[in-house]
Design a protein around this ligand. Structure first.
Ligand code: ADP
Ligand code: ASP
Ligand code: MG
Length: 500
């Protein structure tokens, strides 16, 4: 069997769902299980509705809910015709009524908790999957809607729950196995799951990809297909750089690194279950039924380019922690790391000296309480609106001159680098710039390493040498910069892998 996941833009309208049913039909002999996201922008709209209601403006939230209901109703009508759409409308209406009650409740209590947020956001995928399943049936596919909350079991970390694989495997096999045996096409919402106690959870924004991989691993799929709005994983985000090219084949390691460092096309945890069971993953374009996209496998043929791809991860904060005057240097780093541990801080890049340390974190995940704790032991400054630029390639390790080429190119773009990391992960070079510099620096780097005509990146990269393994920070103390420990995706992967 195979798992086919369709993202928000792939199910954004009746026409898009029509295309999806053709694509799934073309694979019907391979026993597909279909995972769908909420229709494009719906999850954002649910977030906004929740915030509006929690701020006390129930009227505005309910007006948005009416628009959301109409969009789903109109899409159902266009796909199914008046009569059949009327037949599923009680199911859709029941969910809209639940949403309405919830929004009213939020307006009364004026608080949206993480648990409440998961409940609220689950409706996007519930609504889209019901419509898609029925659209398939009307088009001759023997589809069966499946409630993901009865298949995917997670812990109770609301808003970014982690799967519990053995329970998920058991439940998914029990629910989906018999449907496949009867040649049905199971259709389920991505992103949503339930805790052991049956409370709705979500896998984090963009998590439908992850759902597909979890279901694929649970059912021992032959392959997992991620259908999206671009022709596969590309050498950079095509929205940043129109010259971006599709990567035909890429390794699990490289793809995971790219996803972790901002390639939105894949949720960062997506590949873990696939890596675990060596299931190939394909990223394909739902606007092109013949798409061959990107193949992600344990080992990929070497690339002719120096790097596979360039990513940018925005919304980053740099935290500079400098030991306060008079405080003994001894124990400083231990205290900082202990504070990070207490607050479960997930750090991206670290630069260390004897008396100072700088690290980056996603701004939205940086707890004020961590900063307060650090202020007890050090002088702390925090700079927001930063971005991590990451260049990934499995062949860069041990090749002299690559870092020099990267930083010369950044210099030519007249962009200031705030922190650098190379060494911790052998397959990436990453550095921090201001968010506003991202388009410029990515375009310059892409032009240099992925030139449109002659592929000269590799040869010109050999011209200069640089010592690998350094991690430095322009704003940290210059007295001693001997640490390197740029973080990686590696450790994030390992942590998440442990949960899988
Ligand atoms: P979906 O709704 O199908 O899950 P997403 O919006 O989550 O789609 O991801 C697809 C988008 O990811 C693309 O439209 C593209 O702008 C962005 N993207 C970022 N980096 C890359 C990359 N390296 N390759 C391809 N797409 C990328
Ligand atoms: N609908 C969810 C989101 O927008 C999950 C997904 O699309 O993957 O984050
Ligand atoms: Mg996505």
């Amino acid at each position: 069997m195979i798992v086919m996941k369709f993202g928000g833009t792939s199910v954004e309208s009746a026409e898009a769902i029509e295309r999806v049913s053709k694509i799934v039909g073309s694979r019907s002999k391979e026993s597909p299980v279909v995972v769908v996201s909420a229709m494009a922008k719906v999850t954002d709209q649910l977030v906004a509705m929740g915030n509006t209601a929690a701020s006390g403006d129930c009227g505005e939230a309910l007006a948005s809910l009416t628009a959301l209901r109409d969009r789903h109703r109109d899409t159902a009508k266009a796909l199914l015709g008046e009569k059949r759409a009327a037949a599923i409308s009680p199911r859709l209406n029941a969910h809209i009524a639940e949403l309405e009650n919830f929004l009213r409740g939020l307006a009364a209590v004026r608080e949206l908790t993480p648990r409440g947020s998961d409940y609220l956001l689950s409706f996007g995928e519930l609504l889209s999957s019901i419509i898609v399943a029925d659209a398939f049936i009307v088009r001759g596919l023997n589809a069966a809607w499946v409630d993901s909350r009865e298949c995917l079991v997670t812990d109770a970390t609301h808003t970014r729950a982690l799967p519990q694989m053995s329970a998920t495997r058991e439940k998914s096999k029990k629910k989906i196995g018999p449907l496949l045996a009867k040649k049905r096409v199971p259709v389920m919402g991505g992103f949503i799951a339930a805790s052991v106690d049956g409370v709705p959870t979500t896998l984090g924004r963009g998590g439908s990809d992850y759902s597909a991989a979890i279901v694929g691993a649970a059912l021992d799929a032959d392959r997992i297909e991620i259908w999206t709005d671009v022709e596969g994983m590309m050498t950079t985000d095509p929205r940043l750089c129109p010259g971006a090219r599709t990567i035909k084949q890429i390794s699990f390691n490289e793809a995971a690194e790219l996803a972790y460092f901002g390639a939105k096309v894949l949720h960062p945890a997506t590949l873990l279950p696939a890596i675990h069971q060596d299931i190939p993953v394909y990223v394909l374009n739902s606007r092109n039924i013949k798409s061959t996209g990107t193949e992600i496998t344990a080992q990929a043929p070497r690339s002719r380019d120096v790097f596979r791809a360039i990513t940018a991860k925005k919304g980053i904060s740099i935290v500079n922690v400098v030991a306060s005057r008079g405080i003994m240097v001894h124990g400083f780093l231990r205290s900082v790391f202990e504070a990070m541990d207490r607050h479960e801080a997930s750090v991206d890049i670290v630069a260390i000296s004897e008396v100072s340390m700088s690290f980056t974190m996603e701004t939205k995940r940086l707890p004020d309480a961590l900063l307060k704790d650090l202020e007890e032991i050090a002088d702390v400054t925090c700079e927001n609106e930063q971005a991590i630029i990451c260049l990934v390639g499995e062949d860069i390790h041990g090749k002299p001159g690559i870092a020099a080429s990267v930083f010369n190119t950044v210099a030519n773009a007249a962009v200031n680098i705030r922190m650098i990391s190379q060494g911790a992960s052998e397959i990436n070079i990453s550095f921090v710039v201001q968010e506003s510099d991202v388009p410029r620096v990515v375009r310059h780097l892409h032009d240099y390493f992925f030139p449109a005509k002659a592929r000269v990146g590799a040869s010109s990269a050999k011209r200069k040498t640089v010592r690998a393994g350094n991690s430095t920070n322009g704003s940290a103390s210059k007295r001693s910069q001997r640490g390197t420990n740029g973080r990686s995706a590696g450790s994030a992967k390992r942590a998440a892998a442990a949960a899988v």
